[in-house]
Design a binder for this molecule. Sequence first.
Ligand code: ZN
Length: 178
Amino acid sequence: MKVVLSCMDYRLTEEVMKEIGDNVLVIRNAGANVNAVKETLKKLNPEEVIFMPHTDCAAMKLVKRVLSGEKVDSEVEDKLVSQFKGKDAEDLDRVNAELGEKLLKEVLPNAKVITNLVDVGRIKWPERKAVYYILKSSSSYDEDMLGGYILQAPSRDDLSADVKIAESLGLKLQKSEL
Ligand SMILES: [Zn+2]
């Protein structure tokens, strides 16, 4: 089985779709955050992980603000922000790709890990809709979802911090499968 791990960001949906196929599970959260789903990844034990963080990531902007003193929910601090303490706050998208890849190799020592830091300046994306979807890992997307943010995981527990982040971005829940 292959896992695609990417960000909820609406701009990445078509990039994720290129990786979907038979025996592929998708996990999308705020920032393609490996730390938040490491126990789930261990249980899934995939042979391959396509890890797709991206540039201009809103989750990394949130991390930067918190590192500069902004207060944030303790679960968001624990699952997302804490791993960036002491890191280069000016280059968090790259740091995120490096930290995530390192952690993936630690928690899944036998898996093939392919990291693709998506440069959003180089892709086309749909018009943004200020909504989010919560989908199962095995679900595919329909036309309506393009432009919305997509949270996706095996269980709702995997996404608890990410739902808080989505709400903090002013996104409204459109549909939940979990
Ligand atoms: Zn992002």
